[in-house]
Ligand binder design. Structure first.
Ligand SMILES: [Zn+2]
Length: 268
């Protein structure tokens, strides 16, 4: 059967340009011919850690051009210690959010996923078990992991259309794995470097200080590592959401990026 040729990734195009430059330099300056190839190699080694470069696959990391609003995202949940707290605060300040859930967590707490959906928020796929080394696994293991999370989330009545890679690392196989599930890759543009709520000092100030129109904010749906920091985390989150509600236009992620982030399989 005839298959449409796949569009080349930015990395593949860069590789072709590097080879062409190298070949072009060979007759005129042979000692410099390897430089474009070495630069391409360095770029390829760095690219997994910079998803916003869209080197291996297209990655959305910002709102549509000209978008004035900002969108909220929460990763790594759901968790009985943090999800209800976040949902209460979102309801209090009437803010929409997208939760990038971990499949294993969703399987353990499906009622929390349903509570997120019942409140009108959306769900994204954040892999099956948040394996930090997922992008070093082979293509089959990567595809299986994403598929498993997708299936378990679908049981709660929603099918994500966006995937956020664990620890924001990509690889050359990710594009194919996502295409098979009808997913697109989504990163972020504004973070507090909270390391999964391990560092919550001035969380609100760090986000607000960097916030620009069109930003995709990343926060974590995890309890702080030390239980005694729970109050401080809630205060930081409340301060952040209160300020966002008062001074910014927080819009659903789908509106910010101009494409749906989830399909409903049942009505909530
Ligand atoms: Zn994560």
């Amino acid at each position: 059967m005839f298959r449409m040729p796949r569009k080349l990734s930015r990395g593949e195009k860069t590789g072709i340009v590097a080879i062409a430059l190298g070949l072009g330099l060979l007759p005129v300056a042979p000692h410099m011919a390897l430089i474009p190839l070495l630069l391409f190699l360095l770029l390829s080694l760095a690219a997994p850690f910079f998803p916003q470069w869209s080197f291996f696959l297209p990655v959305i990391s910002h709102g549509r051009p000209g978008e004035k609003g900002v969108a909220l995202t929460f990763d790594d949940g759901p968790s009985p210690e943090s999800t209800p707290v976040i949902l209460d605060l979102l309801a209090r300040y009437r803010l929409p959010a997208t939760f990038f859930v971990v499949g294993k967590q969703a399987a353990a707490h499906p009622q929390l996923v349903r509570a997120i959906l019942a409140q009108g928020h959306t769900i994204g796929n954040h892999s099956w078990r948040h394996d930090s080394l997922l992008m070093l696994r082979g293509p089959k293991r990567l595809a299986d992991d994403i598929h498993r999370a997708q299936e378990i989330i679908a049981q709660t009545g929603a099918r994500p259309l966006v995937f956020r890679p664990p620890v924001a690392v990509t690889n050359p196989y990710l594009g194919q794995a996502l295409a098979e599930e009808g997913l697109v890759a989504l990163a972020y543009s504004c973070r507090a470097l909270d390391r999964g709520n391990r560092n919550i000092t001035n969380l609100a100030g760090k986000i607000l200080g960097k916030l620009r129109p069109g930003a995709i904010i990343i926060l974590h749906d995890l309890p702080p590592h030390r239980a005694e920091l729970s109050d401080q985390w809630q205060q930081e989150l409340e301060q952040l959401l209160r300020t966002l509600a008062a001074d910014f236009s927080v819009v659903p992620l789908a509106e910010l990026i101009g494409r749906p982030v989830m399909e409903k399989e049942t009505e909530f």
